[in-house]
Design a protein around this ligand. Structure first.
Ligand SMILES: C[S@@+](CC[C@H](N)C(=O)[O-])C[C@H]1O[C@@H](n2cnc3c(N)ncnc32)[C@H](O)[C@@H]1O
Length: 217
């Protein structure tokens, strides 16, 4: 059943305000974090949360069951984990976040949910072998992304899915690599509000790609 927003959203500011009410109801904290990253020298991008409606769209492309283990690569305060909880998805969801301040916020609100986990550290140092889905919303520089994709190829023994959103340019890092198949791609620029109108919420379309990797299967 479609979820209806309690008031009419006409721009991105309205959408952010509406999503803050969802964050507060679910997590007890507003997950939007508007400061620039303090880790740009390590290749980190700013901690902007993904909109809930984008996550709803993207996760339609993924098989989710009790064996699913999602890794949100650069989870910030935990918006993707909040989406996972709200959607009632089965399985486990873990976020890893480089910035200790952001990781602490995510760790605090997820502590009461046994299927949600937050690690503080560099995603490039993680053992990736247990994860079945990786979610990346523009977390870091192209060089870091290249290394992260190589880690997946080295460590994931079965099949995994990678959702990469706001991948403008980044998608080319996956193209042509053995074992990678594009499952879906598209661009999101509009939110459909409760009256059914399309509201432009981005200046430019946010491109996404969903990949399956089964190079070691
Ligand atoms: C654009 S935000 C995405 C937030 C969240 N994934 C979401 O979609 O709502 C990118 C996040 O990645 C984090 N990050 C950047 N480099 C990282 C790394 N090497 N390891 C872990 N987290 C990292 C940043 O600190 C930032 O919080």
């Amino acid at each position: 059943m479609a979820r209806h927003t309690p008031y009419i959203i006409t721009n991105e500011a309205d959408l952010n305000a509406y999503e803050s009410t969802i964050d507060l109801a679910l997590c007890g904290v507003d997950l939007a974090y508007e400061h620039e990253t303090r880790y740009a020298q390590q290749g980190a991008h700013d901690p902007t949360p993904t909109h809930y409606f984008i996550l709803e769209e993207l996760f339609k492309h993924c098989p989710l069951d009790k064996n699913t283990h999602l890794l949100d690569v650069g989870c910030s305060t935990g918006r993707v984990l909040a989406y996972y909880l709200r959607a009632g998805h089965p399985g486990q969801a873990t976020g890893v976040e480089l910035d200790p301040e952001l990781a602490a916020i995510a760790q605090a609100w997820t502590a009461r949910y046994p299927n949600l986990h937050v690690l503080q550290g560099n995603a490039l140092d993680l053992d990736l072998s247990a994860y079945t889905i990786f979610y990346l919303f523009n977390p870091f520089s192209p060089g870091m992304l290249q290394r992260f994709i190589e880690s997946i190829e080295l460590q994931v023994s079965g099949t995994c899915t990678v959702i990469h959103t706001s991948d403008n340019g980044d998608t080319w890092h996956y193209v042509g690599r053995p074992g990678w198949t594009e499952v879906a791609s598209g661009a999101i620029e509009h939110f459909r509000n409760a009256r059914g109108y399309r509201v432009k919420v981005f200046d430019h379309p946010q491109h996404y790609t969903v990949w399956r990797y089964d190079g070691n299967a």
